[in-house]
Design a protein around this ligand. Structure first.
Ligand SMILES: [Zn+2]
Length: 338
């Protein structure tokens, strides 16, 4: 066994953003076409994954809100079902707290952490956040592509009639949603939101924010990435950017086959140098667009540890990147709840 494999196996590794097929596709219990299933998580030594109930942006009207909420709850149930015993006798572990993530590791893992992607899922009803939390959701991305009732998106949806912005950042409802999420212990995810909305959210939230799947704009000028001012603001507020693996967020306009794991770790290097080691993590966006040469699916996750070691990161730094920083923010959200 190589040194990097030995180190990788000893770490609690967390991938902070993974999508699931919807309508439900191939079984998560079989090593099939999904980039992340339970066998690949085990093979790749992935200790925990945040699985997102992703809601496409639709119309901001009563019918749109109702169907978004219905889909979100159905997807959260499907994510919870990934922790059920598998046909081969193995099981994932539902983890909705730091303690449960750590317990899952002791039990042989992997931990399944539910999440929601796109605040459109709650429509205009704050109580829906309580329902998501009751189903285990530990973070919610305020927007996806397209403005919603909570906030402006970094990528307006012209086909839905979006202009450059709708609220000038957060709406009043968005501010209230952050307050409710703080009370519930749900982390506020600012991946996908506009720069103005992100900077306002830092001021509103009582606990540090996370970007669960965003990369570095200085290296790839895509609006989904965070610029230096955003990285600085996130770091000074105690938050974390989870660098993501979408090829065209790493190298502009490039396909998966044209981007490598070294390009991905270049973004980690930049963020670490800019923000400090305590403010950077890893969120693949597998099954939602993530994947590059060298890290095509969860089964290849040890390659990340090998590349970090090759660049001189030590065990403490790699443990922080692979999950320690994410768990710190998650713990702070729990402690500030109630
Ligand atoms: Zn996303």
């Amino acid at each position: 066994m190589t040194d990097s494999q030995r180190l990788h196996d000893a770490l609690l590794t967390i991938d902070s953003h993974i999508d699931i097929p919807w309508p439900p596709g191939p079984s998560p219990f079989e090593d099939g076409p999904r980039r992340v299933d339970l066998p690949k998580m085990r093979r790749g030594g992935v200790g925990a994954g945040c699985f997102a109930a992703y809601i496409p942006q639709g119309k901001r009207d009563a019918a749109g809100f109702a169907s978004a909420y219905e889909r979100a709850t159905a997807m959260l149930h499907a994510i919870r079902a990934m922790a059920a015993p598998a046909p081969d006798g193995t099981a994932g572990h539902l983890a909705t707290s730091v303690a449960e993530v750590e317990a899952a590791r002791l039990a042989g893992g992997p931990a399944i952490i539910p999440a929601v992607e796109n605040g459109h899922a709650m429509g205009e009803t704050l109580d829906h956040l309580d329902a998501f939390r009751a189903l285990g959701a530990r973070y919610m991305t305020l927007t996806h592509n397209g403005h919603n009732a909570l906030a402006d998106s970094s990528v307006p949806r012209r086909d839905l009639g979006d202009g450059p912005d709708l609220h000038g950042g957060l709406s009043d409802l968005g501010r209230a949603a952050i307050g409710r999420m703080n009370a519930l212990g749900m982390m506020v995810d600012i991946s996908h939101v506009s720069k103005a909305a992100m900077l306002q959210a830092i001021d509103v939230s009582r606990t540090p924010l996370i970007a669960t799947h965003s990369s570095v704009r200085a290296l790839c000028d895509h609006p989904r990435n965070l610029d230096d001012a955003q990285l600085d603001a996130l770091a000074s507020s105690g938050g974390v950017v989870q660098v993501t693996l979408v090829s065209f967020f790493l190298k502009l306009g490039k396909k998966e086959t044209e981007v490598t794991i070294a390009d991905f770790v270049d973004h980690i290097d930049y963020a670490v140098q800019r923000m400090g080691i305590a403010h950077v993590g890893i969120g693949s966006d597998f099954d939602g667009g993530g994947g590059v040469v060298g890290w095509r699916d969860a089964g290849e996750s040890a390659n990340v540890t090998a590349e970090l070691m090759r660049r001189g990161y030590d065990r403490v730094a790699i443990a922080a990147l692979w999950g320690g920083n994410f768990l710190r923010v998650m713990r702070m959200a729990e402690e500030a709840a109630g």
